[in-house]
Design a protein around this ligand. Sequence first.
Ligand SMILES: [Zn+2]
Length: 127
Amino acid sequence: MWITTEPESEILAQMATDDAARERSVRNETLFRQVNERVRDVSEAFSALDPSEINFVCECGDEQCTEPVSLTLAEYEQVRGVPTHFFVVPGHVIPKVEVVVRRSEGHVVVEKLPGQSDVAVETDPRP
Ligand SMILES: [Zn+2]
């Protein structure tokens, strides 16, 4: 069977791929958010022993990324208090889907741009 590729359909395919990639990156970030919720739960049980920073996982869109991000429980709660906010390692910001809200030592807090935030709100572990 012949597969014809017209320029127009290539552009459409490209757009679809772009959308899929964007969607995947947001899904990935929300996945790591679930992971970090578990980290928080476990860490909270030990917080009486160690009130310092907790090693969470970078919530960037790269599914290969498992870089640790240190936050205090208070910092973590502040980010998690907003469904469209995520924290990433400095340099892991994807300007196409998010904007920087604030920078701290060792991490950057980002907010999903409109259109990306639907997924973020949809999958909010704390509705
Ligand atoms: Zn990352």
